[in-house]
Design a protein around this ligand. Structure first.
Ligand SMILES: NC(=O)c1ccc[n+]([C@@H]2O[C@H](COP(=O)([O-])OP(=O)(O)OC[C@H]3O[C@@H](n4cnc5c(N)ncnc54)[C@H](O)[C@@H]3O)[C@@H](O)[C@H]2O)c1
Length: 444
């Protein structure tokens, strides 16, 4: 019997096997069989936890990087093409650390094979990609564990901010803002410079995106930060929206219990659209529908030096490189990844309306972020930054880019059920959907 079907179907309760609440069974000492796709760079941050499991395959388009990773995983089979890698029979889990424009592909193909998947942020580069991956995950959420690499979510401050907002420390929530101040200015795609060296499979690096000439600068960054050398270009990334936006918007999204927006809009003060490079300065906003504990709220994303106004002169928001702020009927909460402050305002904001949670009712610590995914894969499949939670957030962020491209200052409506806007220009092409190179399918 193949290992995967054993994991799925066996219902033995002998010593060494544990029955978990969902009724599924796994061996107490059983390890995941992981394929690591994009094996160097950011992947190095995951080598430690992958080493505790079985790494059965590594895939990289750069032979030098592959050799580095092979030192850590000498028994893993090696691949250049992730499509071939995913068909290796003994795989049950995938860790994906490739370029942004391939994340939704690898994620979706892995889901089609019922593999557990940990996918680096951002999950998607377009509204459609986020929707496809999320819908596929929802079909099999009881079978597979997914996690998007927004590991800051495990910092306890994320949960403390959520509790303050949820429990009414600033009264009834009205508005939320998140911002990031990383500024990478690029004039346009790099001009061709030489031929790709033999150790780089350049065509596979380009993957589903339109072809661009080779330039060594796309590959010259420090391992783990090389993404900054390509993520501003539309065909490879979405700039700060997918980059730090994935982490920082998570602070707000988590606190809001947000669902897909009903509208999106971009600020006319945003940078002018460049068809090759994503904007540095940009401000997008959405109307997020009400839920069972708060009214409809406006949510804002600012980047590249554009910032919300500080509620008080003595707090300089510009000193917070990546942060979030919440306005309620009684005051503000200002936070970054690790710290928070409450600023009540007005004569009635005496905070008597707010009762802090007793210690035993705090949201429990998440523990190891990657560990949560490993345990979920072997157990109840429940993770905090799964493809449903993060998929909705990225769909929203990508819709902000659609609004930006439709034309700053024009509010576009959105129907989360269909993924369509009431604005024809928004539905036409833009970032709702990307055009892929022949031979590349999102669903395979
Ligand atoms: N969660 C975080 O805090 C964090 C931090 C840094 C980077 N990241 C994310 O990690 C990803 C990778 O970033 P990076 O800086 O390591 O990039 P990188 O350019 O160094 O690429 C990572 C690795 O993937 C390989 N690769 C590229 N395309 C591939 C393909 N199609 N198939 C197989 N291998 C491929 C590269 O050769 C390299 O070894 C990005 O999406 C980035 O957003 C996340």
């Amino acid at each position: 019997m193949k290992r995967r079907s054993f994991l799925k179907t066996t219902a033995v309760t002998s010593a060494g096997l544990m029955v978990i609440p969902s009724g599924k069974v796994f061996g107490a000492n059983e390890k995941l069989n992981i394929a690591l796709i994009g094996a160097w760079g950011r992947a190095r941050a995951h080598h430690g936890f992958i080493k505790k499991e079985n790494c059965v395959a590594i895939c990289d388009i750069n032979d030098k990087n592959m050799e580095q990773a092979a030192k850590a995983f000498p028994n893993a089979k090696k691949y250049h093409d992730w499509r071939k890698c995913l068909d290796q029979k003994d795989i049950d889990s995938v860790v994906c650390c490739t370029l942004d424009h391939t994340h939704a592909f690898v994620a979706n193909w892995a889901l089609n094979r019922d593999y557990h998947i940990y996918c680096e942020k951002p999950l998607a580069n377009s509204v459609e990609e986020a929707r496809v991956v999320r819908a596929n995950y929802l079909k099999r959420k009881d079978k597979v564990a997914t996690q998007v690499g927004t590991q800051r979510h495990a910092i306890s401050n994320f949960q403390r901010v959520k509790e303050l907002v949820r429990d009414g420390a600033i009264g009834e929530l009205k508005v939320a803002w998140a911002w990031g101040n990383r500024q990478l200015r690029r004039p346009g795609y790099l001009k061709g410079e030489g031929e790709p060296p033999a150790h780089i499979k350049y065509d596979l690096w380009i993957g589903p995106s339109p072809m661009h000439p080779y330039n060594p600068k796309y590959f010259s960054g420090r391992p783990g930060a090389n993404c900054l050398n390509w993520n501003m270009y539309w065909d490879f990334g979405t700039g700060q929206v997918g980059d730090m936006g994935s982490h920082t918007m998570d602070l707000a999204w988590n606190a809001l219990d947000a669902d897909l927006p009903i509208s999106a809009e971009a600020d006319p003060k945003s940078d002018k659209f460049n068809p090759e490079v994503s904007p540095v300065g940009m401000h997008t906003s959405w109307e997020i529908p009400k839920n069972d504990w708060r009214p409809q709220v406006n949510l804002h994303w600012y980047q590249g030096g554009m910032m919300p106004n500080s509620p008080t002169k003595w707090v300089d928001l510009k000193k917070i490189g990546h942060g979030a702020m919440f306005k309620g009927s009684e005051g503000f909460i200002i936070a970054d990844f690790g710290a928070r402050l409450i600023s009540p305002y007005g004569k009635v904001a005496d905070m008597t309306y707010y009762k802090p949670r007793p210690k035993d009712q705090l949201i429990p610590p998440l523990g190891s972020f990657q560990g949560q995914w490993v345990n979920a894969a072997k157990g109840d499949k429940k993770t905090t930054c799964n493809f449903d939670y993060n998929g909705k957030m990225m769909e929203t962020m990508m819709l902000g880019l659609v609004a930006y491209r439709v034309g700053p200052g024009k509010k576009i409506s959105y129907d989360g059920a269909t993924g369509k806007s009431g604005d024809d220009k928004a539905n036409a092409d833009l970032l709702m959907k990307r055009k892929y190179r022949e031979g590349w399918k999102l669903d395979g």
